[in-house]
Design a protein around this ligand. Structure first.
Ligand code: ADE
Length: 421
């Protein structure tokens, strides 16, 4: 019989199972949804192709979707982020999973293609590589008209899908899970904040206190990273292209300057912009000896690695996830995680507690798409506000936290405009 998976090493499965168990115990919203939907099976007969970091948290998402009746087919969404022990555990549990750490670009798309080959009804994407593949090289699958809709996990993916829709190229509805408040306001801020610092520390063990940490981009992710770096005693510098965000950073108490200025004084540079060439030749030339570069944005384009190579006379891997570039001007620059997501390559990604809410949004959005089959247009949708509220309520309940309810009079007051001074 043909194998339904391709992973690095099945003997890692036991370790992976223990990690998944840990995640399960820290994801109470998914636990609630799993119990609820294992009874009603709203996804019975639905084939899902997922393209998302293969982590212990993603494993719990897959379990939840299966409990709700779905058939799942999964690949990773980054060549370096797959946790091989988790992939092995999933394969051993009979999950159709394709991914391993360190795969080539050709292998990366081969893995995605294995999930597309089943002619999915729903796509779950993180970065929009699966959707892009379907709309370019695998259009024959879309022509079968079996795809009901999809979801997108991350800011970069949503950006790409909006561009696709604008050009009239998007062929089915996609829910932007990223834009749910119970996603971005927790995952992007606290998740990225903590996991990025975690990735830097795991790979370098460098002391953050007293260092000049340059954070490029003051969106939700940059904000989280800056907050946590400051909490560790670093002097945080923000670079931005958006004047409103830059101003916010100033009033949040950070130093704000151009990358050219920051390049001379930074000890650690962290990119979180979603844009390319944020750190490039002109900046690297100005950097101090010993500067550390890393990225927390979705793609490995934020630090121009070709520029770094061009300026270097020697390149050497000196620790796991740390490469030393010896520049022609004799300065040494350290690049973490090959310029890919440092939090997922050198760390384990966001903690289970925040992924709990992000992935609850995934489950509820998939169910929404199935329920509304044929009623939605091929465009990018927001998560319904009721869904956000429900997830926040379940999370609070799982934490044993009670909040107040509006009285009848208060509700009425909030809906009226006549009562004033
Ligand atoms: N993105 C960021 N952190 C993640 C995690 N732990 N699992 C899946 N996707 C992620």
């Amino acid at each position: 019989m043909e194998k339904k998976y391709r992973v690095k090493d099945l003997s890692l499965a036991e370790e992976g199972k223990k990690k998944i168990e840990w995640a399960r115990e820290h994801m109470p919203v998914l636990k609630f949804l799993k119990e609820k939907y294992s009874k009603t099976k709203p996804l019975e007969g639905i084939k899902i192709a997922g393209c998302m970091h293969i982590t212990k948290e993603t494993a719990v998402l897959i379990e939840t979707l299966k409990a709700a009746g779905a058939e799942t087919y999964w690949s990773g969404c980054n060549p370096l982020s797959t946790q091989d022990d988790v992939a092995a555990a999933l394969a051993e549990e009979g999950i159709s999973i394709y991914g391993w750490r360190g795969l080539s670009i050709k292998e990366y798309y081969w893995c995605i293609d294995q999930t597309i080959n089943v002619t999915p009804n729903i796509t779950i994407d993180d970065g929009a590589d699966l959707v892009t593949r379907l709309h370019t090289y695998r259009k024959e699958i879309l022509d079968k008209e079996e795809v009901i809709g999809g979801t997108e996990e991350t800011t970069t993916g949503v950006q790409r899908l909006i561009a696709m829709a604008k050009e009239g190229k998007l062929r089915y509805p996609i829910i932007a899970v990223n834009n749910a408040e119970t996603k971005w306001n927790f995952d992007n801020v606290y998740g990225t904040g903590q996991s990025t610092i975690d990735g830097i520390l795991r790979s370098t063990n460098v002391l953050l206190a007293g260092k000049n940490v340059v954070v490029a981009g003051y969106g939700h992710c940059g904000r989280g990273i800056a907050m946590r770096a400051r909490g560790m005693g670093a002097h945080v510098i923000i670079t931005e292209v958006n004047p409103i965000r830059a101003l916010k950073a100033v009033l949040d108490g950070y130093k704000v300057m151009s990358m050219n200025q920051a390049a001379r004084i930074g000890d650690i540079f962290i990119t979180a912009t979603g844009c390319k060439d944020v750190v490039r030749e002109e900046h690297v030339k100005r950097m101090k000896n010993g500067a550390i570069l890393c990225n927390s944005g979705h793609f490995n384009v934020e630090i121009n690695i070709e520029d770094l190579k061009k300026l270097s006379k020697k390149r050497e891997k000196i620790r796991k996830d740390v490469e030393r570039y010896e520049l022609k001007n004799n300065k040494k620059i350290y690049l973490l995680a090959e310029g890919r997501l440092v939090n997922l390559v050198a760390g384990e990604g966001h903690p289970s507690e925040v992924m709990d809410m992000s992935f609850a949004n995934q489950v509820l959005s998939v169910i929404y798409l199935v329920k509304n089959k044929g009623k939605m247009e091929p465009k990018v949708y927001s998560v319904p506000i009721e869904q956000d509220m429900e997830i926040a309520s379940i999370k609070l309940k799982s934490m044993g936290i009670k909040i107040d309810k509006l009285t009848k009079e208060q509700k009425k007051y909030l809906e009226e405009w006549k009562e004033g001074t």
